[in-house]
Design a protein around this ligand. Structure first.
Ligand code: ADE
Length: 225
């Protein structure tokens, strides 16, 4: 899978995209992630990417031309399955959307910034608008990292232990059951007996029950879905 991220602050993306699972997925060829500096697509000396809004409101607006040039250049090189814009007024991101995106071949993520973006970009170039939650970030870069991270880790083969991605929280709309490791007792705090029993049928039953009861207690909305 290939992910092209367009941003005015490429520095913000470097570390999150180049460590741990994302780093390994790129090294093993399961994912390619490219970061494009929007300022490279400007045509003035000051590399301007924003301008005052028509109508005189406060704040700056991302200009249409650099975004158009960058997206059109990428589109001329390959077909894209989705061109995503990160914005607090997009659809709320969740595991279903991550699963859906992980099956795609090429996606672009355009990071929003400033007060907003010339709306014609959203009308004519963007195919999906995604918010990572009902709060406002300084820009869409952190949202792009969240999307890239959650998508790349579930690309088949990207994590060594594939089973572990399938038992993640939210797969099947359930929270994950609790997990424990050695020692079996610490400070008098004991690991549930069943996990030490070696009876895998019993262990699986316990895990299913825990996943269901935790979801019912903490996120009943997931079960209603
Ligand atoms: N940009 C600013 N806030 C955002 C959010 N909550 N989700 C996605 N992009 C954003």
């Amino acid at each position: 899978m290939r992910i092209d991220i367009i941003t005015v602050v490429p520095e913000l993306l470097a570390s999150p995209l180049n460590e741990s699972i994302l780093k390994r997925a790129q090294e093993s060829g399961h994912a390619e992630i490219y970061v494009h500096n929007l300022r490279d697509y400007t045509d003035d000396k000051r590399r301007t990417v924003d301008d005052y809004p028509f109508g005189g409101e406060a704040g700056m607006v991302m200009k249409i031309e650099p975004v158009y040039r960058c997206i059109e250049k990428l589109k001329a090189e390959r077909d894209y399955d989705e061109i995503i814009f990160t914005s607090p007024d997009g659809i709320t991101y969740n595991q279903h959307e991550a699963n859906r995106l992980s099956l795609m071949k090429n996606i672009i993520i355009l990071c929003g910034h400033y007060k907003g973006i010339d709306y014609r970009i959203r009308e004519h170039l963007i195919t999906r608008e995604i918010s990572i939650g009902d709060y406002v970030l300084t820009g869409g870069e952190l949202a792009a990292c969240v999307i890239a991270d959650s998508v790349v880790r579930i690309i088949p083969g990207a994590i060594g232990d594939e089973a572990s991605a399938l038992t993640d929280c939210f797969q099947d709309n359930l929270l994950a059951p609790p997990v424990y490791t050695r020692p079996a007792e610490f400070n008098g705090w004991k690991v549930p007996e069943v996990l030490l029993s070696g009876n895998f049928a019993q262990i699986e039953k316990w895990q299913d029950e825990q996943a269901y009861s935790r979801t019912k207690a903490l996120r009943p909305d997931l079960i209603e879905e």
